[in-house]
Ligand binder design. Structure first.
Ligand code: HEC
Length: 120
């Protein structure tokens, strides 16, 4: 009898410690994966690529009228051979029912680049 009951206690203690250790490793892993994902998202938002910026400007400011895939809606489809100049002109003049100057400066240039690239 002597010593025997001790073993299960020791085993339980070791198993317990081991599982705490393993769980904390899993926790650390999940934490760093999430940190990596957050980093990627931030990169997308602050991207230097004008086409990518243009696409998000388009989705936020133009897609409601011109369709998610430039396919048109309230406004005409924008996949019919538009150049970047056509787009910046439309943005600053606001033809017909389209509001003028809904985006400006760098965002207007970026969305023009994006649409021109889609029209190539
Ligand atoms: C409120 C709805 C609306 C929004 C938002 C809108 N447009 Fe328009 N857009 C229109 C309408 C309507 C026309 C057609 C105007 C006309 O010729 O009568 C148009 C026309 C255009 C044209 C064609 C001009 C031409 O000469 O054929 C371009 C290019 C254009 N829009 C780009 C954009 C871009 C880029 C954005 C986002 C920055 C945008 N539009 C946002 C409604 C909108």
């Amino acid at each position: 009898m002597r010593g025997k009951p001790l073993f299960p206690f020791a085993a339980t203690a070791v198993l317990g410690l081991l599982s705490i250790f393993l769980l904390s490793l899993v926790g650390l892993n999940v934490g760093s994966e999430q940190a990596a994902e957050n980093g990627e998202e931030q990169q997308e938002e602050t991207s230097d690529d004008p086409i990518e910026l243009g696409q998000s400007v388009y989705e936020g400011n133009c897609a409601s009228c011109h369709g998610g895939d430039l396919g048109g809606g309230v406004g005409p489809a924008l996949d019919g051979g538009y150049s970047a100049d056509d787009v910046t002109t439309a943005i600053s003049e606001g033809p017909g029912d389209m509001p003028a100057d809904i985006v400006q400066g760098e965002e207007a240039d970026a969305v023009a680049e994006f649409i021109a690239a889609e029209n190539e």
